[in-house]
Ligand binder design. Structure first.
Ligand code: B16
Ligand code: MG
Length: 211
């Protein structure tokens, strides 16, 4: 009785984490320190401002609010330079096919992402038309694990939360889905995403009968 599928973007439809990592590292390096790929894991699904605060903490650096804003803008400029080069070849395996199969079956589709750059990414991947609703970082005030982004998605689709399933690669995202009264399918490691109702390695593993 699932009537809608809501998809996270980074880590589910496309791997932009690698570009976020490069841009954040460049920023950290410009401030005289570095951080690891393992630390980068903690930034997944986390908002831009919050990511910066975590990174500055790792470097043991204190900045005023105005300076933080400037640094976040600098990082975003570098990040946008990279995502502007993206092509449809970067869609993760099976993602386009699974979203399309939902649509073919009459299941509504939405994007639920923390990223303020979601629209640019969807345009570069040429998949804007695959989503009935797009809720991104520009439309929400509360970050995951708050369910706001997914509740707004359900509302835009006109489907009650209990008929929605969320696809998420981040722990905070799975928590957000559950907090919103939705089913959650994790993309990644079952040991990490243990709160999800089901965990798969990627959308290539998904079929409608698993909903
Ligand atoms: P931006 P998602 C998230 O996307 C990323 O996982 C996270 O690393 C990033 O900081 C956040 O978007 C904000 O992105 O700086 O482009 O607004 O996983 O929610 O699709
Ligand atoms: Mg994600």
């Amino acid at each position: 009785n699932i009537k809608a599928c809501i998809f996270d973007l980074d880590g589910v439809i496309v791997d932009t984490a690698i570009y976020h990592y490069k841009a954040w590292r460049r920023l950290a390096n410009s401030l005289g320190f570095d951080f690891t790929e393992q630390q980068n894991e903690q930034l997944k699904g986390v908002s831009r401002v919050r990511s910066l605060q975590l990174i500055l903490g790792w470097g043991g650096i204190t900045k005023t609010e105005a300076e933080q804003e400037q640094l976040a803008t600098q990082k975003n400029t570098w990040y946008v330079e990279m995502i502007n080069q993206m092509t449809p070849a970067e869609i993760l395996p099976g993602a386009r096919e699974f979203v399309q199969s939902c649509r073919d079956a009459g299941i509504k589709t939405a994007l639920g992402s923390a990223s303020k750059n979601s629209m640019t990414i969807l345009e570069k991947l040429q998949i804007v038309h695959l989503f009935d609703a797009i809720i991104d970082g520009n439309k929400v005030t509360k970050a995951k694990p708050d369910p706001e982004v997914f509740l707004k998605g359900a509302e835009a689709l006109g489907i009650e939360p209990q008929y929605c399933v969320v696809f998420e690669d981040a722990i905070a995202g799975v928590e957000a889905a559950k907090a919103g009264g939705m089913k959650a399918i994790g993309i990644g490691d079952p040991k990490v995403l243990y709160e999800a109702d089901l965990v798969v390695s990627g959308l290539k593993e998904m079929t409608l009968d698993k909903l």
